[in-house]
Design a binder for this molecule. Structure first.
Ligand code: NDP
Length: 315
């Protein structure tokens, strides 16, 4: 198997990874980007993006990611459509291994592997993905102006998404599997006081239906009990807000994570618990999770890596 050296290895390829690639290549660091199994990250699963600065008439998610990717290539980033499956952060240079067993010895590593929205696991979610099913109200809510939508979840994210959608949609159903909202009191109150949100407690979604895009969902109240009752709601949009999992499995516990599994960074920097390893984008951001914020941290990670290399006289 091959072995090579690099000054900056970027693992992951959403707006954070590609932006880190632009900055690192412009700093003449010849970064290598492993873009993984989903090149471009979560945004390649959305349709139109209307809130990324610089696209006044909007842009398709995959197209925008291709633009950022091309920009990284233009300045000399090397992009590989493979995954890093193993890392060893115990000493520098860091030994990283790709899925074929090739070894990359990296002086610095930027982890930007993103986070994945959790789905319920219904086959219908796949069938209607991009045709009514979404896990991002900020990204896709605009398409449901004056329509009926549902949000699944009872936490702060679900409440936030429901409130955001309520400002656009005609009606929002909040589907909660328990008989209470887990969200903070302030969010609960806002949702309860919002006129066009109807909370459906003790409800689970069992299927989605529609012939030309999503038209409705079948729910069961008090599932798996003698009082179980099935009913349908008419909706055009179905939003999952049941949490995300950061993609950190391959790190095998070598970086400090928070209680939710996100990589911990130091203050406003992208420094992780290991010197020379930086984190950018959703994998270190349980809060904002926007393309523009991910791109911003990608930039910061590349600058942090550059400064780190300078301080360690390895430039
Ligand atoms: P949470 O884990 O807090 O909530 C997830 C919700 O989804 C829960 O209501 C849970 O139900 C429900 N759920 C999980 N799996 C399923 C399933 N299979 N079927 C149906 N429902 C399901 O995640 P959030 O993303 O809401 O929040 C994550 C963290 O981020 C929290 O600490 C939150 O406080 C914080 N946050 C803060 C914000 C703010 O301060 N403005 C905004 C957004 C998030 P159950 O309760 O039954 O487990």
């Amino acid at each position: 198997m091959a072995e090579e050296n690099t000054r900056v290895l970027i693992i992951g390829s959403g707006p954070a990874g590609y932006t880190a690639g632009i900055y690192a290549s412009r700093a003449n660091l010849q970064p290598v980007i492993y873009e993984g199994m989903q090149p471009g990250g979560q945004l390649t699963q959305t349709t139109e993006i209307e809130n990324f600065p610089g696209y006044p008439t909007g842009v398709q998610g995959p197209e925008m990611m291709d633009h950022i990717r091309q920009q990284a290539l233009r300045f000399g980033a090397e992009i590989r459509s493979k995954e890093i499956s193993k890392v060893d952060f115990s000493k520098r240079p860091f030994r990283c291994e790709d899925e074929d067993g090739n070894v990359i010895m990296a002086e610095t590593v930027i982890v930007s592997t993103g986070a994945s929205a959790k789905y319920l696991g219904l086959p219908d979610e796949e069938k209607f993905r991009g045709l009514g099913v979404s896990a991002c109200a900020t990204c896709d809510g605009f398409f449901y102006r004056k329509k009926n939508v549902a949000v699944v979840g009872g936490g702060d994210t679900a409440c936030e998404e429901a409130l955001y959608l309520a400002s656009l949609a005609k009606k929002v159903y909040l589907i909660v599997r328990k008989d209470y909202l887990r969200a903070s009191d302030v969010m609960k109150k806002r949702v309860e006081n919002c006129e066009n949100i109807e909370i459906l407690f003790n409800c689970n979604t069992v299927s989605l239906f529609g012939t030309d895009g999503l038209e409705g969902a079948t729910l069961v109240r008090h599932k798996d009990t003698p009082e179980a009752e099935s009913f349908s709601i008419d909706i055009d949009g179905f939003f999952l807000a049941i949490g995300h999992h950061p993609n950190t499995g391959f790190l095998d516990g070598q970086l400090e994570l928070d209680s939710e599994g996100y990589i911990k960074v130091q203050g406003a920097t992208t420094h992780t618990s290991v010197e020379g390893v930086f984190a950018a984008g959703d994998v270190a951001d349980p809060r904002y999770r926007q393309a523009i914020t991910a791109a911003g941290t990608g930039c910061r990670a590349a600058l942090d890596a550059e400064h780190f290399l300078m301080e360690h006289s390895e430039l």
